[in-house]
Write a protein that binds this ligand. Sequence first.
Ligand code: ZN
Length: 130
Amino acid sequence: MLANKQNKHALGTRPELAAGDTVVVVAGKDRGKRGRVLRTIPNEGQIVVEGVNILKRHTKAGQSRGGTRAMQGGIVDFEAPLAYSNVMLVCPSCDQPTRIRHTKLADGRKAIECVRCGEPYERVRSVEQQ
Ligand SMILES: [Zn+2]
């Protein structure tokens, strides 16, 4: 059921990326920038990265838009989502933009590891939850 919806964005489906990861932008105006993943939007195939794809939203004082922090007015910088395909994961071990492969830990849990240095990631991602 869910599979169909996700297949539309199969190219952008990157369950290996999670909040807190470091990524580098490989396309677009922020190419080359690094940042920490703030959140992922799997259904949209998008990701929000700290300090990347900054847009400015002009707001009026007092304007409150359904919970966004726009009470002060003026120009608010915010990180706009960008496509998964525009970023690459940066391996925390070898500090290189890298691809990952799926592997299994000794205890049988699924994990991912860096293709470059072979270092597995400590945490087991929520792949099963998708
Ligand atoms: Zn590595």
